[in-house]
Write a protein that binds this ligand. Structure first.
Ligand SMILES: Cc1cc2nc3c(=O)[nH]c(=O)nc-3n(C[C@H](O)[C@H](O)[C@H](O)COP(=O)(O)O)c2cc1C
Length: 174
């Protein structure tokens, strides 16, 4: 049976590298009969933990986290970490650390897709460490981390077909 997947994106560039990889991943997942929903944190007004936010925007994310089996975090590398917009979504996941909160979470698996300008994978280390911590604290299973260096301008990812192919493949195998 197909899985339910929520893809949470963190780039304000609609046609940017991370959103292209998110779409590639989704195409592979859908081709295999999985259900996919996107949540664009850059279009939402989220307040992190306890901050002022749009209730409807948080409730939409909460409902997807109650619906999905898999959460895919997709973010550009900003200052070696997640973008501020996706971080606000993640900080709100602190509620899932309590026993009552855990009952509100149907997600059991997670994955990470990250894009950055740097040519080396080491620059992604802080973000990957944070991701691993999130996965561990929420008791999730890591499915994959797709780290994509050498991407800066919109469309750069098109020059790296291997990355697109890998994202599609990971979608098909999820
Ligand atoms: C505020 C900001 C901070 C950034 N910090 C880093 C960084 O620390 N390391 C890096 O390799 N790239 C950094 N970049 C470059 C982006 O990660 C890169 O352009 C990425 O491909 C953007 O993803 P997008 O195309 O999905 O928007 C930064 C870009 C911005 C705007």
């Amino acid at each position: 049976m197909g899985k339910k997947i929520v893809i949470i994106t963190g780039s304000p560039r609609a046609k940017g590298n991370s959103n292209s990889l998110a779409a590639a991943f989704a195409s592979g997942a859908i081709a295999q009969g999985n259900e996919v929903e996107f949540y664009d944190t850059t279009k939402a007004k989220l307040g992190g933990f306890g901050g002022e936010e749009c209730k409807a925007d948080r409730e939409k994310l909460d409902s997807l986290m109650r619906w999905a089996d898999v959460m895919v975090l997709v973010s550009p590398l900003y200052w070696k970490g997640f973008s501020a917009q996706i971080k606000l979504a993640i900080d709100g996941f602190a509620k899932y650390l309590s026993i009552e909160g855990k009952n509100e979470l149907s997600v059991t698996e997670a994955a990470l897709i990250a894009t950055g300008k740097s040519p080396d994978g080491f620059s992604f280390y802080p973000m990957v460490e944070e991701y691993k911590h999130i996965v561990e604290m929420l008791g999730l299973e890591n499915k994959f981390t797709l780290i994509c260096p050498c991407l800066n301008g919109v469309g750069d990812v098109e020059k790296h077909p291997f990355l697109i192919e890998t994202a599609v493949k990971y979608g098909m195998e999820i």
